[in-house]
Design a protein. Structure first.
Lengths: 282, 352
């Protein structure tokens, strides 16, 4: 079996999440694959290339979602696609978030920017079986409100988990932004400041808490240090890393992180595994 | 991969002529590959006759494993865009081949590539070639100035018991022929004197004398800790800024470097896209680049990645990435020597 062979996926829906971010609902004709929260697909198009993109929603009724910021060549191409268009995917790859390990414990979810996307399946998984977990916090930071994703889901999330939002700077709704609806309560609740500032807001029992962190590596660096100060063990602290990837199956070598293959051994690692490794910020 | 488990691990002394004669007759069914002299350089290439063989070669620029099993370039798919895209998969085909004269360092390098391409995920192209390749290794009697296999346990005599087919040791006009696979037992059914204890003693004596010829060494003990303690040692920046050209020669001649890039190439009419892979190098600036950053922006970080991937980072496969062939030293235009870098770090720890 050639694992580099992609399968055709059709775009069933596109939702604009923020200025440069869209959520694509995809279906595949043949693939009965199942993914776990934190895993990723290689998503792309012949002639353009492929990029590793995590699942922002898992497979349900043969559909799954990727939430993608238009940034490089591949994602820029995807940005120009319409409903009904096709693209190509292969996966799922990698190790996801250890949600089973969190059962019976409190969970601290911390996301920055598009780093919320790989955590969204975790949030949904928690909401489905809320009774399995203790207190759940989500701290989510973005550049400003116009860069926040999944804002229409905040209301549902808040019924079950404690949500803290923070932005680097306040901004008025952008004319093209989907957030123009008046009465978006979450806007008023946004703090101004770094994600790490929000750590003061949460009360945790370190020995009974698991933290999942995803965002820019420099953010994760300081969040992890903050969490260590709060008493969380490095082995109970998980991060999802981003690296350049070509194959997704530990062959092409691009994602190597001091002997670890981020695609196969990660992208989710315990902080214990990756703390202090060269060519990383953790 | 080398046939069933039930075979006689026979050891025989066979006249060289007889082995070469048999190899020539096997050319009907197998592509025969071995070391030949091309100018002053030995190279591995396909042979028309065993008479071309130059079995006493010292070293080659490229290893047989990365020439004939893991290819520098491999076609994967063709996407045909004709009212919807059709995927045509390049089938993993491979003719049967025999590679003779593989040194222990290069044999170990193939075993290393197996860990990448036949490990957790199998690569069908590599696997097909690997299975169709009969590997005849030869214990090395020709130590070059940059060889340090004896320091990392990969030579000059081969200790591995499986993963290849036959092991030769030069006994003058005869080879000591040690069978390591069932298919080798069937293919190389040559009459010869059974090797006895005395012959194995001679083999050990040859090995001892070869071991004396090494001038380059590295002490592998404690390397893991040594490098992790010295990630900011001045040797990285100084070597990178004064000598490293990021030319990637080290990576391309390395028999264990496995990294590749996936490349899409579209026809002018945009009707066909060819997706292939080709060797890539961590010394290349954009190798570890992501949107908005590059995890190895500095040349020193890229140099350190190569050196530590060979001498450290054993978490990956539980073995060292180096086989001590010394090619990265030989072919570095500015003579950067990873064993010297390790020694310098060690020295400064002692002095400090």
């Amino acid at each position: 079996m050639n694992r580099l062979k992609p399968v055709r996926a059709r775009i069933q829906g596109i939702k604009k999440e923020a200025l440069d971010v869209k959520t694509y609902t995809l279906s595949t004709e043949s693939l009965p694959f199942s993914a776990r929260p934190g895993q990723f697909n290689m998503v792309g198009f012949p002639g353009v290339g492929e990029a590793p993109i995590s699942f922002s929603a898992l497979v349900r009724e043969n559909c799954f979602e990727h939430t993608i910021r238009s940034a490089g060549r591949v994602t820029g191409y995807l940005d120009g696609l319409k409903e009904g268009d096709e693209l190509f995917v292969r996966g799922p790859y990698g190790k996801g978030w250890p949600l089973r390990e969190a059962e019976g414990k409190g969970i601290l979810l911390i996301a920055g920017g598009v780093g919320i996307a790989p955590l969204r399946p975790v949030i949904r998984g928690i909401l489905e079986k809320r009774e399995l977990f203790d207190t759940v916090y989500l701290i989510y930071g973005a550049r400003n409100e116009n860069h926040m994703l999944f804002t229409d889901e905040f209301k549902i999330w808040k019924e079950e988990i404690l949500l803290f939002l923070t932005v680097d700077e306040k901004s008025k709704p952008h004319p093209g932004s989907p957030h123009r609806k008046a009465g978006d309560k979450w806007r008023r609740e946004c703090h101004i400041g770094l994600v790490t500032d929000m750590l003061d807001k949460v009360t945790i029992y370190p020995e009974r808490t698991i933290a999942f962190v995803c965002g820019p590596e420099i953010m994760m660096r300081f969040v992890c240090r903050g969490l260590l100060f709060m008493g969380i063990e490095p082995s109970s602290l998980y991060v999802s890393l981003e690296r350049r990837m070509k194959c997704g199956i530990a062959h092409c070598g691009h994602c190597q992180h001091y002997g670890l293959f981020v695609c196969k051994d990660g992208p989710v690692f315990s902080y214990k595994q990756v703390r202090g490794l060269p060519d990383g910020l953790l | 991969m080398t046939g069933g488990n039930t075979f006689r691990k026979s050891k025989r002394l066979v006249p060289k002529d007889m082995l070469f004669h048999l190899l020539d007759s096997l050319r009907k069914k197998y592509r025969l590959i071995g070391p030949v002299l091309s100018g002053d350089q030995a190279v591995f290439r396909e042979l028309q006759s065993s008479r071309e063989l130059f079995m006493e070669y010292r070293t080659t620029m490229l290893s047989p494993g990365k020439l004939f099993i893991y290819r520098a370039k491999e076609d994967l798919f063709r996407f045909h865009n004709n009212e919807g895209i059709k995927i045509e998969e390049a089938p993993p085909v491979s003719e049967k081949q025999i590679i003779i004269g593989v040194h222990p360092c290069d044999t170990n390098a193939i075993l290393y590539l197996d860990r990448t391409f036949m490990g957790a995920y199998k690569d069908p192209y590599y696997e097909a070639r690997r299975k169709n390749t009969v590997i005849i290794s030869i214990n090395c009697l020709q130590v070059s100035e940059n060889c340090f296999c004896s320091s990392v346990g990969s030579g000059p005599f081969l200790k591995a018991e499986r993963g290849y087919d036959m092991l030769l040791t030069d006994f003058g006009d005869r080879y000591l022929m040690e069978i390591k696979s069932k298919r080798a037992e069937e293919l190389f059914n040559i009459k010869g004197k059974q090797a006895g204890d005395r012959d194995m003693e001679i083999k050990r004596d040859i090995e001892k004398s070869v071991l004396k010829a090494f001038t380059k060494t590295i002490s592998v003990e404690g390397l893991d800790g040594l490098f992790l303690r010295n990630m900011d040692h001045p040797v990285w920046q100084r070597t990178a800024e004064e000598r490293c050209l990021s030319c990637s020669n080290c990576v391309l001649v390395c028999p264990t470097c496995f990294c590749y890039d996936l490349v899409d190439e579209s026809s002018m009419d945009m009707r066909t896209t060819r997706r292939f892979r080709q060797l890539d190098a961590c010394q290349d600036m954009r190798f570890a680049g992501v949107y908005g950053g590059n995890f190895r922006q500095r040349r020193s970080a890229r140099l350190r990645q190569f050196v530590t991937h060979k001498l450290n980072q054993t978490v990956q496969y539980g073995v060292y990435g180096t086989v001590g062939c010394g090619r990265c030293i030989t072919w570095c235009p500015t003579g950067i020597d990873l064993t010297e870098m390790a020694k310098e770090i060690r020295r400064s720890e002692k002095d400090g």
